[in-house]
Design a binder for this molecule. Structure first.
Ligand code: BES
Ligand code: MG
Ligand code: ZN
Length: 496
């Protein structure tokens, strides 16, 4: 067998570990605090390690001397969180591959502009992402390129305590973001429904999370017709995976439900080939749900959190479901499938029914790379947020602001459901060309008795990116973990 240094090639799903520590500095170097101008180099020989700081110059412009690099943040009055996230991410990218030990100075002026928690969030997320490679399947392990061991961060004394607490939290979260990115980036021949099962069991081994696996036979017994219809055309068996984190004393329950199409060819309604390879990311919702449960358990949040993911591969085949076929969903509704590429909603429908019936959660959040229409509407910058409840919309919006993961509310409801009429069954799975994301969201609501306790996040645009944006790296973005942790944290804080 050919030699390799990369364990992923052997099929092992290694939980990502950061190789570096972030340590808060007690002492700071006076010249590095100077923000307005490029400080003289006279103190440089006193610098024990390479040092980075920020100053007033064009965004991401940098000035380097032997031991020190200054990176511009543009006009401070105009600096927004996204730009600051961009600057931190490119700085992190330079640092992790080139230095073993680095001093990073965050000037007081940055803390006057942003909250300490926001700075800590973006710093931990940027360094966390940069410290873990996404090119997992190179024959030589790309993790070896990352050499950073210690990052010393100096922050103003008054902000140190808050910064430290938030930094610790977001470094834990960063690990799970990277686990999600690993799950996302693995292609369809590595990440199948059964390897996702292994991943779930691994989460169950590492954290106090009970994992239950439903295989094809059990899904048949249960009557999960939506999941089974999509799975028909694939050699890969489907799975529904349930992760239950139930800490003593938990007073509320949240369910995180994820679409896990490990590869979406479109089925018989096959997609054009040019960009089809991107459909390995069609499991991003399941990655977010599964790894957010791990993060919530890791952080020991005082809330019961259930992850429910439906794993299938959507393939065309002699046995595949066909346009016009009718199936019966878990909640008994009959669905005419006029387009086999609108498969995510069939899977999610059953998952939502199961989540509500089995756990009666206080809140259900589902995540799915559901519609191309959502990418048309919002680009790669916001997840589409849908709920019939204004209260739920506002609580997700609040968590999005706190966690710095962007969402944008879009409409759903009766007018869109009208489009889903079928002549021969209860509903059609598609409803015309316009308002596709809202139609899809409205379809999902058919599978809940209490849709007012639910929100749907369409992450088709934010789950996979062509280029990096803010702290999100290109391709496997890891979108959703910070948001879901924040939603769970807020729910836990509501009832105490
Ligand atoms: N997985 C796709 C949605 C998607 C498209 C995600 C682009 C990410 C980027 C989904 O299964 C799909 O194919 N949806 C169809 C629905 C249509 C047939 C009603 C779509 O968006 O075209
Ligand atoms: Mg599809
Ligand atoms: Zn899909």
């Amino acid at each position: 067998m050919a030699e390799t240094t990369n364990k992923h090639l052997e099929g092992e799903l290694a939980y990502p570990e950061h190789k570096f520590q972030i340590l808060l500095e007690e002492k700071t170097l006076a010249d590095l605090y100077t923000f307005d101008f490029i400080p003289a180099a006279e103190n440089e020989e006193k610098l024990p390690v390479a040092a980075f700081s920020f100053f007033k110059a064009g965004l991401n412009e940098s000035v380097s001397s032997a031991k020190k690099t200054l990176i511009g943040v543009g006009k401070l009055e105009e600096l927004d969180l996204e730009q600051w996230a961009d600057v931190l991410s490119s700085t992190a990218g330079k640092i992790v591959k080139n230095f073993k030990e680095v001093k990073l100075n965050i000037p007081a002026i940055i803390f006057r502009r942003f909250k300490a928690g926001q700075v800590a969030n973006l710093l931990a997320t940027a360094f966390g992402n940069a410290g873990y490679p996404s090119e997992l399947l190179k024959s030589k392990d790309p993790a070896e390129k990352i050499i950073l061991q210690k990052l010393f961060v100096s922050v103003p004394a008054a902000k140190r305590l808050e910064f430290q607490t938030q930094l610790e939290k977001f470094l834990v979260i960063a690990r799970h973001i990277n686990a999600m990115r690993q799950t996302q980036v693995l292609p369809g021949n590595f990440l199948t429904p059964t390897t996702m099962e292994k991943r779930a069991l691994q989460v169950g081994n590492q954290y106090p999370v009970k994992v239950t696996v439903f295989d094809e036979r059990q899904l048949k017994e249960m009557g999960a017709g939506g999941i089974l219809a999509v799975a028909r055309g694939s050699e890969e068996e489907p799975r529904m995976l349930v992760l239950d984190y139930n800490p003593a004393g938990a007073k509320s329950t949240i369910a995180l439900v994820g679409k896990g199409v490990t590869f979406d060819t479109g089925g018989i309604s096959i997609k054009p080939s040019a960009e089809m390879h991107e459909m390995k990311y069609d499991m991003s919702g399941s990655g977010a749900a599964l790894h957010a449960i791990a993060a919530i358990a890791d952080l020991k949040l005082p809330v019961r959190a259930i992850g429910i993911v439906g794993m299938v591969e959507n393939m065309p085949d002699g046995k595949a479901f066909k346009p016009g076929d009718v199936y019966r969903a878990l909640n008994g509704l009959t669905i005419e499938v006029q387009n086999t590429d609108a498969e995510g909603r069939l899977v999610l429908g059953d998952l939502l029914t199961y989540a509500e019936k089995e756990y009666s959660p206080d809140l259900i959040i589902n995540l799915a790379t559901l519609t191309g229409a959502c990418v048309v509407a919002l680009g790669n910058y916001y997840a589409g947020l849908f709920s019939p409840s204004q209260k739920v919309i506002e609580s997700v919006q609040k968590a999005a602001e706190q966690s710095l993961e962007p969402v944008w509310a879009l409409p759903m409801g009766r007018v869109y459901r009208e489009a889903l009429k079928s002549e021969i069954a209860d509903h059609n799975n598609i409803g015309g060309r316009y308002g596709g994301s809202s139609i899809a969201a409205s379809f999902l609501s058919l599978f809940l008795k209490k849709p007012e306790k639910w929100a749907h996040l369409d992450i088709a645009g934010v789950g996979m990116l062509n280029k990096s944006y803010g702290v999100y790296p290109a391709h496997a973005s890891g979108y959703g973990i910070r948001l879901l942790v924040q939603i769970a944290e807020n729910l836990g804080a509501e009832k105490k």
